[in-house]
Design a protein around this ligand. Structure first.
Ligand code: ARG
Length: 355
């Protein structure tokens, strides 16, 4: 059978992709796991709005931008799929925790990890995201019937034992101290990226060493899983720190990656320009480094935020073809083009690109 799921890199020709939806987006309830990852300036917002919907006007603007992204991708020849709406406004209860609501299905990159012909549902550490993979089940079932390998990592308990109650903010320049323990394996797919046989990942406030080890053993000897040391005191998702754009071309946030991992020896290293997003623009869930969260459609074409002149100029100067797309209101919800998508199929074979 010819699997409909197949991706070995972040840059091979993109044939099919899942684009998230912003409908029904809910503000997660305040918790120490949010204190460790969400921008300090937004903590008051979570304490006040947790369990309520995100502002409807901003959701509507982000939705329009998502539709724009879908049109752009289709015009470039990519098959676009969307998750199903879920009742995120409904409370969640398990034997171990309760939540006033879910989150959203806006960021498929966080949830679904495609490695080769396998699609893995991540064991996510946020309680509000416990049922998020269900938004993708219609697609996952279809891909399975088409010949893909479909896996869900062990469902975590997310009891209090997973969270470090004594966690204290290390500050922006401090040492990373994870808010999650090693009680059980957890990871978000967006803490990893693919470079053929080499998979890179980071420990974060949602991905623990246990989760990384689970993935390493699960992927087996065909892949080498490297843990990157990222200088981020509030890490959650690696794709605003480093991201390969093409073979031998690595986009790097120099504030967070002062030392390039040795596996990228011989690669061109491109420094992410300073973010251009206005300081006044609401960013509930991310830093301004979301400017580097671009999406490669192949080794040349890169989807980039339409108002981000410095990034557009930089991409051109590095020999890429930028495809500008307005996405600032979507950015407010915690991600850009890389987060908002999950590669289902990219043409290409399993190869080695790294030293
Ligand atoms: N934590 C990153 C930052 O604040 C944003 C990463 C977003 N990525 C994602 N896949 N949702 O810079």
């Amino acid at each position: 059978m010819n699997s409909p799921v197949r991706a070995y890199t972040e840059w091979d020709l993109l044939e099919e992709v899942i684009v998230g939806i912003i409908d029904d987006a809910m503000v997660p309830e305040w918790h120490v796991s949010l204190a460790a990852t969400m921008p300090t300036a937004q903590h008051a917002f979570y304490k006040r709005e947790g369990g309520k919907p995100f502002p409807a006007d901003q959701v509507a603007k982000a939705r329009a931008e998502l539709e724009g992204l879908v049109k752009l991708l289709e015009a470039e020849g990519v098959k676009v799929r969307r998750p199903d709406r879920q009742p995120f406004a409904k409370p969640i209860a398990t034997p171990h925790f309760t939540q006033p609501a879910g989150l959203y299905a806006a960021m498929p990159r966080d949830v679904l990890l495609v490695v080769g012909e396998e699609i893995i549902e991540s064991p996510m550490a946020w309680r509000s995201r416990y049922f998020e993979p269900l938004a993708y089940r219609r697609l996952l079932k279809e891909y399975f019937h088409g010949g893909a390998t479909w896996t869900a990592a062990p469902k975590p308990e997310l009891s209090d034992a997973l969270y470090d109650r004594d966690w204290q903010d290390p500050g922006d320049d401090g040492e990373f101290r994870s808010v999650i323990t090693e009680y059980e394996p957890t990871f978000d797919a967006a803490d990893f990226f693919r470079c053929g046989r080499d998979i890179f990942g980071q420990r974060s406030n949602v991905t623990n060493a246990f989760g990384i080890e689970w993935l390493r053993r699960h992927l087996g000897s065909e892949y080498r899983l490297h843990v990157v040391d990222v200088a981020d005191s509030h890490p959650m998702h690696i794709d605003a720190s480093l991201l390969p754009l093409a073979p031998g071309k690595l986009l790097v946030n120099r504030e967070r990656v002062p030392v390039i991992p040795k596996q990228f020896k011989g690669w061109d290293v491109f420094t992410t320009p300073e973010p251009a997003i206005p300081l006044s623009h609401p960013l509930y869930m991310t830093s301004r480094w979301i400017n580097m969260n671009v999406l490669s459609l192949d080794e040349k074409r890169v989807v980039v935020e339409a108002g981000d002149e410095p990034m557009i100029r930089a991409l051109k100067s590095w020999g890429f073809t930028p495809l500008p797309c307005p996405f600032r209101w979507f950015n407010s919800f915690g991600g850009s083009f890389h987060c908002a998508t999950a590669d289902v199929r990219r043409r290409g074979e399993l190869k080695s690109y790294c030293a």
